[in-house]
Design a protein around this ligand. Structure first.
Ligand code: ATP
Length: 908
């Protein structure tokens, strides 16, 4: 909604910033008061896009009828009515209706599952209220709020910019144009189109660099993106390459079957057979053979997979990722926060004269600094140590808080660890802030790998403090500091050896340096080079996550390679990789750790080989990540890649599955990703892969189960027509079988738990067809068993005195009972039904019970007898039905074990 506003809505770009502030009754520095923000929230409502309304109920119901099979049924229903077969006609129309309702329910459930995911990933915004900066959920923003954005953020509402520094925004979400545009605060002419309004930042666009402060002018549906949303009425897309392929497959099949049915009808007429009967046969053929439930079942199975993944903390943003996950061959993962806890504690500090150890754990600033022999190491006695601690505390954007008798941190854990160690010696941020106010900053970035700040109120006393990656900081240094405060020539070899030794223990090492007097107060990278004095190295412990080791091992046994890609030091990376099992120490013949520098020195033709062979990549820049993904994909790999920063977005987009961090990741990275980990944990990726494999298995199981019914029914009718005999099953009965078994039996396979060996087999080759030759063979076998069994029973019953109606009822029940038995076999594609425990999927048992009741009803209820032209059966018939079903199951079990044996001998 637009705020109290005399200007035309959406024209804040024509006013100077201070007028917009006045107009919105806010303050350019203090923002709104908490109370007025609350009032406005009441008045304007939450800053969220209205739920996509999607199509209306009527349209959705109508959409259920838009299906070739339904057209066939509608025509059949109409023709049957015209032929005065009113009961049949009513059954057909009834089925059409039931089908529509079931379709509607399934579709809504799948959509609800996907929509639920959105709520799991919410966005925060940094807002100034009552003069204090605070973080609020972005849907609490109101017009007039003062909002700060920085690189990596998603702009939370439409804002008129008041201040900015080198702000660049990617507006492709709004304008469709890729690349980022730069912003400033100047007033623009009224006619400036939205895409050129440089003094505005629009909701839903992404900040790629720089930062700025703006005043919110529109929220929720009133924003530009809200307008687009309203026009497009964005609905969830439930399509994936697989569903599209299957939909295409069933369409082609439908056309083929309809042609066959038409031919049947024509031949019947030519043979001068009864027109009604021939028509009925043609309809039966069409209805039986078209696998109408397939696309819906696939969507449902995918949706169930998505909710299972969400329960395991992996939120899928793009549905095709569910399929791709099961085929993943390589996972490229970050180190910090994904394989490790991202809970840093400084353990050792090296200075040119001595190394000290720090006690205490966590973020509580209690602990002591001692020499390695255990004697106390007073900070006053070592100037280099003092300066190192000062750099760690002052060149720092994190903060330590004490709340509810607990120490907590805000900001980067690496920086927090340096605050904690300084506080252990009495050097607190308040203290530093007063004595050494900061005057300028070069912020940390993953490319630069260091941070520099200039401090001091008095120009003569100014100091420059720097902290960052050892190699980078060394590049800037020209001297080192000794305990007595004197500066001497720097021994780079000794510094690098010390850093290596600390890193080899898995510690993250940051160098600290200073310059005093500060000289030029304007900090520039060039101005720093070769001017600093190295004061020390701080080494911090970041323990591996508890579940990381077992998750990496699980990936290895599933044939998935895990590669670590990190900005950290090579030795630290190597040590952590060794402890979680990423490094395979048995293959010491190849180079397993590569640094960014080594990567850039590689010739293009060597690149892919080297990247394929190495397991750990250290000091890698985000740009190199993109090349890594491309090289691995060039070798035919399906690559899942994690990332959290703005610059990781291209690599995340390129990866087969881009994985962003829900907690530590920027909005830009989340936007580029296919999947978001809500706990940032590597083990979650492994869990998602496992679920992805499960989804694929369940899809294959459903298809293997459902196709024989269609083929069997089609063949039974074809044979009857070819022989010119009575139909063993009538069209309405076929409709009954298809409708009831698809819902009561087939759908239950989607709830099938994952098979035991799911993570001990190699990844699925994405080029491999859904149905292997073995499965096609099994489908044909079961189809023939169904045809042979139902014909045999149909003929036998008639030969032994049964009426045509009774014989048909027997054939109908045989189809359903064989399918129910076969359902248990389909629970595993390789193992026998007994090996996985027949009752481990309770839904399946419920489904079979429901189906049994339905069969008893259609056989014995007089009204059903009339409607479906069935007749009660005596016990003998049931025994024969079950006998045939058992026999068929034994044949399938035998076939399965032959294949299983063949497969095993092929693998070994
Ligand atoms: P990963 O890619 O696994 O998350 P990382 O966190 O080490 O690893 P970056 O955040 O890019 O990757 O950091 C790269 C290097 O920059 C670190 O190894 C460290 O030496 C240095 N560094 C990290 N954070 C800071 C910081 N806040 N200030 C200064 N230097 C830092």
């Amino acid at each position: 909604m637009t705020a109290p506003d005399d200007a035309a809505p959406n024209s804040h770009h024509v006013l100077p910033g201070h007028e917009v502030v006045l107009l919105l009754e806010t303050d350019a520095h203090r923002g709104l008061s908490d109370a007025s923000a609350r009032e406005r929230l009441e008045q304007f409502g939450p800053n969220a896009l209205p739920e996509p309304r999607g199509a209306g109920l009527l349209l959705r119901i109508l959409r259920q009828f838009h299906h070739p099979l339904i057209y066939v049924l509608l025509v059949a229903g109409a023709v049957t009515a015209a032929l005065h077969e009113y009961i049949d006609s009513a059954v057909i129309f009834g089925v059409v209706l039931v089908n529509a309702v079931v379709g509607l329910i399934q579709e809504s459930r799948a959509e609800a599952a996907l929509q639920g995911l959105r709520a799991m990933v919410h966005t925060d915004a940094t807002v100034v209220r009552d003069g204090r900066e605070q973080v609020v959920a972005s849907d609490e923003l109101v017009p007039g709020d003062l909002v700060r954005v920085e690189a990596g953020d998603k702009v939370p509402a439409d804002m008129r910019l008041l201040r900015e520094t080198e702000l660049r925004v990617d507006e492709s979400a709004l304008t469709g144009e890729s690349g980022s545009v730069s912003k400033d605060e100047i007033v623009l002419p009224e006619t400036t189109p939205v895409a050129d309004r440089r003094n505005m930042a629009y909701s839903g666009t992404l900040v790629t660099s720089g930062g700025g402060v703006g005043v919110v002018v529109a929220t929720g549906a009133e924003t530009e993106i809200g307008e687009i949303h309203r026009l497009v009425g964005a609905a969830e897309v439930l399509d994936t390459p697989l569903t599209a392929k299957l939909a295409w497959f069933s369409k082609i099949l439908t056309v083929g079957i309809l042609a066959l049915a038409a031919a049947t009808f024509a031949i019947g007429l030519l043979r001068r057979q009864d027109a009604v009967e021939t028509f009925t046969a043609a309809i039966a053929l069409a209805v039986g053979a078209i696998p109408e439930g397939l696309p819906a079942a696939v969507t449902i199975t995918l949706a169930i997979g998505v909710s299972r993944m969400a329960r395991r903390k992996a939120v899928i943003r793009r549905l095709p990722a569910v399929e791709t996950l099961g085929s993943t061959t390589i996972i490229c993962t970050d180190k910090t926060g994904t394989l490790t806890e991202n809970q840093m504690t400084v353990r050792e500090i090296w200075t040119p004269d001595t190394t000290v150890e720090v006690s205490g754990s966590g973020y509580t600033p209690d602990g002591e600094i001692r020499h390695r022999d255990g004697t106390p190491a007073p900070v006053q006695a070592n100037a280099a140590l003092r300066w190192s601690l000062l750099a760690g505390a002052a060149c720092n954007d994190a903060s330590l808080t004490y709340d509810d008798e607990r120490w907590d941190i805000a900001g980067d854990p690496t920086e927090a660890a340096m605050l904690v160690v300084a506080a252990k010696t009495g050097l607190t941020t308040d203290h530093v802030g007063v004595r050494l106010p900061r005057v300028s900053t070069i912020p940390f970035s993953s490319e630069r790998q260091y941070m520099a700040t200039a401090h001091g109120s008095d120009i003569d006393d100014r100091v420059v403090l720097v902290k960052g990656a050892v190699e980078r900081v060394l590049d800037l240094c020209e001297s080192e500091m000794h305990a007595d405060g004197s500066r001497g020539p720097i021994d780079r070899g000794a510094v690098l050896r010390a850093a290596d030794a600390l890193a080899a223990d898995g510690l993250r090492v940051l160098a600290t340096a200073m310059r005093s007097p500060a000289g030029d107060a304007d900090l520039t990278e060039d101005g720093l080079r070769g001017t600093l004095t190295l004061t020390g190295l701080q080494a911090m412990l970041d323990p591996p996550r508890a579940a990381a080791t077992s998750a990496v091992a699980a990936c290895h046994s599933a044939g998935i390679t895990v590669k670590m890609i990190t900005g950290d030091h090579a030795r630290t990376a190597e040590s952590i990789a060794g402890s979680v099992g990423v490094l395979d120490r048995d293959h010491s013949d190849r180079q397993m750790v590569l640094t960014g520098a080594q990567l850039s020195a590689l010739a293009p033709e060597e690149f892919a080989d080297a990247v394929d062979a190495a397991d750990v990549f250290a000091r890698v820049s985000p740009e190199q990540k993109l090349r890594l993904v491309e090289a691995l994909q060039g070798r035919g790999h399906i690559v899942a890649m994690t990332g959290d920063g703005v610059n990781d977005a291209p690599a995340l987009r390129q990866a087969s599955i881009g994985v962003a961090m829900g907690r530590g990741g920027t909005e830009v990275a989340k936007d580029a990703a296919d999947m978001i980990l809500t706990d940032d944990d590597f083990a979650t990726i492994e869990a998602a892969v496992e679920e992805g494999r499960g989804v694929f298995d369940n899809l294959t199981k459903f298809i293997t189960w459902t196709l024989p019914t269609n083929i069997g029914e089609g063949l039974v009718i074809l044979v009857a027509i070819a022989l010119g005999t009575a139909l063993p099953i009538l069209p309405t009965q076929i409709l009954w079988i298809n409708m009831t078994t698809a819902v009561a039996l087939g759908l239950m396979l989607a709830f099938e738990p994952k098979e035991a060996g799911i993570m001990t087999r190699p990844p699925r080759d994405p080029r491999q067809p859904l149905l292997t030759r073995a499965l096609v063979g099994r489908i044909l076998l079961v189809s023939s068993l169904l045809v042979a069994g139902s014909w045999a029973l149909f003929e036998w019953e008639q030969a032994h005195g049964a009426t045509l109606t009774e014989a048909r009822t027997a054939a109908l029940n045989l189809f359903v009972v064989v399918e129910a038995f076969y359902l248990f076999s389909c629970r595993s594609l390789t193992h026998s039904a007994w090996r996985i425990g027949p009752f481990t999927n309770r839904w399946l048992v419920v489904g079979v019970a429901v189906q049994a009741i339905a069969q008893l009803a259609i056989t014995y209820l007089p009204v059903m007898n009339t409607v479906f032209q069935t007749a009660p059966l005596d016990v003998g018939v049931w025994l024969r039905i079950v006998g045939i079903a058992v026999l068929a199951s034994l044949v399938v079990a035998a076939e399965k074990s032959v294949w299983a044996r063949r497969e095993t001998s092929r693998v070994h």
